[in-house]
Every structure is written in C-alpha cells, then in structure tokens.
Design a protein around this ligand. Structure first.
Ligand code: FAD
Length: 449
C-alpha cells in the first residue's frame, strides 16, 4: 500500500492485488461485533522522520500519543517492563534480586564473548539470571525453538541500541533513547487499519487502484523480466501484464509462483525458509477497566499464551461501549502443531481459562470474541536463514522489473516503519532512483556479524 501510494503520487498507475478482503496485512484492523483490534497491538514508533511525517500527515488528530504501560508476569505478580531497578528488586525479593544483580554485573564486567545466538546475546547483556527470569520463557514461546538456536540478529533488530549502559541507566530510572524501551508511542484512534483505509483513498484519488480478494498464483517471466501475473479473483483465474512488479508476499511463495521455476537449489532455499505463526484470541468481556496495562508478557511456562493485550487501553474507540473490555490473548504457534490445530472453541476455552488463572478476568464475563490466525507472522532467523535469503536475493536480482519489499517479502524482522520504507524506496526506484532495498534495516543485523 505504501509503495502504491508513493507510485501513484509520482504519476504512475499502480494496481494493488490483495488476497484478503481488507487492507493492512499483518497490521490490519479486524472488526467484529463492534470491537476493533489488531493482530497484536501495533505501536507506531520510528526514528525515521519521513515515516513519522507520513503517519502524521495521513492521520492528523487521529494519531493518538499513548503513554506505554507494559508488564511482565513474574511468578504471581506483574513487574514493570522495561524493568525498573526498585520495582524489580521488590518484586523478585531480596535474595533473587541480589543474585540477579550479581549475575548482571558479572556479565557486564566480563570479557567479550561470542554473540552468535540469541541466548549468548541476551546473557551477555543481562546476565544469565535476568535472562532466565524475564526473557527466555517469552522468547522461546515466540519462536518455538530454544534461544540457543536463534540467530542474534533478531535481538539486534528488535532490541535496538539497548547497550549495557542503556539498560543500566534505564534500570536506575534514567531513560535512554532505545526504541524498545520507549515510554511513548503513537496509535491510530481506530487502529492501524485506519491508516491503510486512508492510503487506499489517497491511492485511488491519484489514479491508482486496489483489487481485493485477488490472490496471485503465478508470475511468468523470460529470465530477465516478469511479463505477466496470474491471480484468482471471485473464483476465476485472470492474467494481467504490467511494466513493473513489487511483491510483499512471503518470499518462499513468490519463488513458488515463478514460471518457469527457478533452479533446484533456489527452490531448496525457498523451502528452507521457516516461519512462526500467530493466533490471537480476542475476548469480548462484559466488564470495564479490567487492568491498566496495554500489554503483558507472560513468561510462565504453564501458560501457553505469550502476551496479553488490553485493547481499550490503546484507544477507547476500539470498544463498542464504555462498559466492556476487549482482551487479546496471543499465542505463537507453527502451522500443524498442537496449538495451531485447536479449533476456535478450544482456543476460546484455553484463552478464557488462562486469563482467569492469571487473575485478569473471570471466564464467565466473556460474552464473545474472535479468533484470527496468521501462518507466517514471524520470519524465523535460524542457522540457515541467512544463506537461504542471500541465495534467493541473488537469484531475484536478475529480474529487471521485480522488487520484493516488506517483512515476509524480504524474510526480515521488519516493523511497520521499515516495511513501509522499503515500499517507498521501491516506488522511487520505479521513478529512476537507485535504492538497495536490502540495506533497509540491515545496519543492526550487520553490527552483530
Ligand atoms: C503480532 C505482531 C505484532 C506487531 N507489532 C508491531 C508493532 O507494534 N509495531 C510495528 O511497527 N510493527 C509491528 N509488527 C510488524 C508489522 O505488522 C509488519 O512489519 C508490517 O505489517 C509488514 O507489512 P508488509 O506489507 O511487509 O507485510 P504484510 O502485512 O504481511 O502484507 C502482505 C500482504 O500481502 C498479501 N498477500 C500475501 N500473499 C499474497 C498473494 N499471493 N496474492 C495477493 N496478496 C497476497 C497479504 O494478505 C498481506 O495483506 C507486528 C507484527 C506482528 C505479527
């Protein structure tokens, strides 16, 4: 959508083909029985002035400034996240606190060690005890594999610029300029879908267009240029040609669509890309003001949920009325595993009972809700991913008129801002500029090596 908006504004005639009936992809807003919610809460947070300006220009007064309130579930209570020294020490008790502090200082003062995996990266920065207590459980829920098998790039992209000094300053009550720890974020009054709807209006008013329920199945090429694509719309296959193509579909699927097929080793690399799926169980609750936080990370291994959202705290306009709440219970799963295979009823039961056992609500207050699944929400940074992506990128480089952008489109842990930036730059490339899209959000990954 960002690429198309930019292209239309520069005088081109883009057409967006979207397989879903709504715009926004991973950052769409789902509307169900008057409740609005996202797949996870989407914080609008960027260090790029151009993107911030774009959000502001698009949303104006509908871009709310929100004071972050997030917590980590620790044993039977909730600790502030980002961790704060006094709160954490009070919450974990004096003995645990002293041990955590000791292991933290030991890591801080210790010699530089290898930081290839997420486990190494985190223990080096936080000490083993803090890592075990506050990071490991949640992170392993997200990825479904041990932190020792995840590449450190993910942390370097997600926990940006959070150095030891920053974390210490933060723990002591001084806030560094680290994106993850940021106290304030922006959020569209009606959820992120609001921005995409405005983009759609802008796109159409500048001569572009958007076709919903259009699922791309084939890209036909001559080895140098993509000549046409085939998509299914209203049950019928259709073919169209264009001068240039920009793809944000998952990279492995793009490779599967190519006709003729890529060489076997490229197909193998595409097959090797792994994804983590995401399930959100939105619970409509007949009680106002359940808890004051925007979201809670759930470390507790006995609870399958990884994170809990209280959407009314993001924006009251996401609720149909003042006397209800909307809780988003987030599960991370892999297509085909036991969680992924649960039907909606089972997921509602699981989510309601887990929220009750955390003391956040009573299951009998739940009046309805909605389950949404997304199979490729997180590109997995396993030991092979980098080589696989590099091979695919090199192969796709031969196509003069095809660019891949975004998160799954580049198999990169891009947030909204970086995903949008790749779209803007891809559109500018069409207008004659020369941007290497693979450099966007690469700085942090490269710092880790
Ligand atoms: C749980 C969760 C929480 C997040 N929270 C934040 C946050 O707080 N802040 C933040 O900045 N970012 C957040 N993100 C990241 C953000 O959602 C993504 O960076 C962004 O939405 C990616 O946009 P995209 O256009 O690259 O990909 P997508 O949103 O995946 O868009 C791709 C689009 O292509 C469509 N498509 C796929 N295949 C085809 C096909 N064959 N034919 C036609 N259409 C197709 C899809 O339906 C989709 O609409 C979060 C992501 C997740 C999963």
């Amino acid at each position: 959508m960002t690429a198309a908006r930019e292209a239309a504004r520069s005088g081109l005639r883009p057409l967006v083909l979207e397989s879903l009936p709504v715009v926004g992809g991973l950052s769409r807003t789902i509307v169900h029985e008057g409740y609005r919610f996202d797949l996870g809460g989407h914080r609008f947070l960027t260090r790029m002035p151009e993107i911030q300006q774009l959000w502001q220009d698009t949303l104006g007064n509908d871009l709310l400034t929100v004071q972050r309130q997030s917590r980590i579930r620790y044993r039977d209570g909730y600790l502030r996240y980002p961790l704060e020294l006094a709160d954490t020490l009070l919450g974990v008790g004096p003995i645990q606190g002293a041990l955590m502090l000791g292991s933290y200082v030991k890591a801080a003062l210790g010699p530089a060690s290898e930081e290839a995996t997420l486990e190494q990266w985190m223990t080096r920065r936080f000490g083993r005890r803090l890592y075990e207590a506050f990071f490991r459980g949640y992170t392993e829920k997200v990825w479904g594999i041990p932190c020792s098998e995840i590449q450190a790039e993910w942390a370097s992209q997600r926990i940006q610029n959070l150095s030891l000094k920053d974390a210490l300053l933060n723990a002591a009550g001084f806030r560094p300029d680290a994106k993850t720890l940021s106290d304030t974020f922006y959020y569209p009054r009606l959820g992120p879908g609001m921005m995409w709807e405005r983009f759609a209006e802008d796109l159409r008013s500048h001569g572009g267009d958007l076709l919903m329920d259009a699922y791309v199945t084939e890209l036909h090429h001559d080895g140098r240029r993509v000549q046409s694509i085939v998509y299914r719309h209203q049950g019928q296959p259709r073919e169209m040609s264009a001068d240039a193509f920009i793809s944000s579909m998952p990279l492995d699927e793009l490779l599967r669509c190519l006709r003729p097929e890529p060489p076997e080793r490229i197909v193998e690399s595409a097959r090797g890309l792994r994804y983590r799926g995401f399930i959100i169980v939105q619970l409509a609750v007949a009680r106002p003001e359940l808890f004051p936080y925007h979201w809670i990370y759930v470390q507790t291994p006995q609870i399958r949920a990884g994170r809990v959202q209280n959407f009314g705290n993001w924006s009251r306009a996401l609720l149909p009325s003042e006397d209800v709440s909307s809780v988003g219970v987030e599960y991370f799963a892999t297509v085909g595993d036991d969680l992924w295979s649960l039907d909606d009823e089972a997921l509602f039961r699981l989510a309601s009972s887990e929220m009750e056992s955390l003391g956040l609500l009573q299951a009998r207050w739940v009046t309805g809700g909605k389950v949404v699944r997304h199979p490729k929400a997180y590109p997995v940074y396993d030991g092979q991913y980098r080589q696989n992506v590099e091979r695919i990128r090199d192969y796709l480089g031969r196509f003069e008129n095809l660019q891949t952008i975004g998160r799954a489109g580049m198999h990169r842990y891009n947030n909204l801002d970086h995903s949008m930036l790749t779209g803007i730059l891809a559109a500018r490339n069409l207008a004659g500029e020369h941007h290497d899209l693979w450099r966007v959000n690469a700085d942090h990954a490269q710092a880790v090596g």
